[in-house]
Design a protein around this ligand. Structure first.
Ligand code: 5AD
Ligand code: SF4
Length: 440
């Protein structure tokens, strides 16, 4: 009987992509996907190290999987991959009471089939966290995840060294995938039914292959047959050049919702975070983008309770959110990460204060999201239908170019990947409800 694997994914979109890379590699080496950990001979947990909370969840999950391994007669190889594997290496074996057989960092996924076989044969844990600055991968699993929207990593690593962030240490130096390789990967996905591709990089606005930058890459991908929508994340705000913004505006399939993390609304805290901009410079980027891209929307990431953050600093964060009206924001309590520059600073904002600031920030952002959705009522939006509605069989969901989610009723001839017009007449949660107003 063939060997079976199961991959469980935590963390960011890059990890979701990497899980596909690993699945493809294992399948090419003769492994079969299993439907659940119970049926697998190899379970890989793809981990995130960005906050302590993420690591604690993984440790909890590993102890459940260790119990499964003990319970069962058939051998189970338990592997930890991803950012936490890279960060902790052999320490993970001790941290999990010796239940881990395999620890593989993000630069070694090509070797995973061999490493998994070796780990199965061996009595002690196998640790493989060497760096390889050349590693760029291609995801090609036999059973791609369902749906028409797919991630494609175009860059790996990060050289920004924000003071709070572990990513430069776990994912290594910045590197770009050659543009022809990206084009082949996207064309292949489109030929297999993908109608949206989301280009990924920790700092994707720095993409460069020779003289091809991110704008040049978007131009080279835009006309691939079958593709309806092209998005990218995450941009370092001040690296979003005028050339990039003009290209986004000019290419109609490129999404006009930009993810531009600002992290904090205080110049003093931004400097302590080693972010290379002031609040005014950040807001100038959004102003420039709004001037060049009609209907541009923005999403962002914000950290509360960075070391030394005062109530006045936090008020600055609230006022950026109030002024800018982000479509949505990912908000986090600061979590000290060993080895980063900020870990040397006292983590001096008490937990209840972090929690209270986070709650105020989230309440404000919810109000701003609501206001944005209300401003869409009575408008007609062009949307690409992208998935069945989660709530009702008789409905489909679509997304506008600036990534607003719109539900419409199914109608004859409508299918996923089709572009239609919808008149907005209601709001349900964070989704708009529309009625069809014809093909686009
Ligand atoms: N603590 C809290 N949030 C963090 N992020 C990154 N590192 C930390 C940390 N140590 C957040 C940032 C980043 C997002 C992916 O995670 O906002 O943009
Ligand atoms: Fe993704 Fe960063 Fe978490 Fe690694 S540490 S999984 S790169 S979010």
């Amino acid at each position: 009987m063939s060997r079976r694997f199961y991959v469980e994914t935590y963390g960011c979109q890059m990890n979701a992509y990497d899980s596909q890379v690993m699945a493809g590699g294992l399948e090419r080496a003769g492994w079969e996907p299993a439907a659940c950990p119970e049926e697998a001979d190899l379970v890989l947990v793809n981990t995130c190290a960005v906050r302590e909370h993420a690591e604690r969840r993984v440790l909890g999950r590993l102890s459940q999987l260790a119990a499964l391994r003990r319970r069962r007669e058939r051998p189970l190889v338990l592997g930890v991959v991803g950012c936490m594997a890279q960060r902790l290496g052999a320490d993970l074996v001790a941290a999990t009471g010796g239940c881990v057989d395999l620890v593989v960092g993000p630069d070694q996924y090509d070797r995973l089939p061999d490493l998994a076989a070796a780990a199965a044969a061996r009595g002690e844990a196998l640790i493989c966290t060497e760096r390889d600055h050349g590693a760029v991968y291609r995801a090609k699993p036999r059973t791609a995840p369902p749906g028409g929207s797919h991630f494609v990593a175009v860059m790996r690593g990060c050289d920004n060294y924000c003071a709070y962030c572990v990513v430069p240490y776990t994912r290594g130096r910045e590197r770009s995938k050659p543009w022809r390789q990206v084009r082949d990967e996207v064309a292949d996905l489109a030929a297999r039914g993908a109608f949206e591709v989301v280009l990924l990089g920790q700092s994707v606005s720095n993409y460069r292959d020779g003289d091809v930058d991110l704008a040049g890459l978007l131009e080279r991908l835009h006309d691939i047959p079958g593709l309806q929508s092209l998005r990218f994340l995450t941009s370092y705000p001040t690296d979003a050049s005028e050339r990039l913004l003009r290209t986004v505006a000019a290419l109609p399939k490129v999404g006009t919702e930009l993810h531009l993390p600002f992290q904090a609304g205080s110049d003093r805290i931004l400097a302590a975070m080693n972010r290379r901009y002031t609040v005014a410079e950040y807001e100038a980027v959004l102003d420039r983008a709004r001037g060049l891209i009609p209907d541009a929307l923005f999403t962002t990431d914000i950290i509360v309770g960075f070391p030394g953050e005062t109530e006045a600093d936090f008020a600055g964060t609230l006022s950026v959110v109030e002024r800018q009206g982000f479509a949505s924001a990912f908000t986090f309590k600061y979590s000290a990460r060993a080895g980063t520059r900020a870990a040397r600073l006292p983590d001096d904002v008490p937990r209840p204060v972090k929690e209270e600031r986070l709650a105020r920030l989230n309440a404000l952002q919810s109000r701003k999201t609501r206001e944005l959705l209300e401003s869409q009522l009575e408008r007609t939006l062009e949307i690409v239908l992208d998935e069945p509605s989660k709530k009702r069989e008789t409905q489909l969901r679509g997304r506008s170019r600036n990534n607003l989610r719109v539900i419409v009723d199914r109608a004859p001839g409508l299918r996923l990947g089709v572009r239609v017009r919808a008149r907005i007449n209601a709001i349900a949660g964070t989704t708009l409800i529309g009625t069809l107003a014809g093909e686009a």
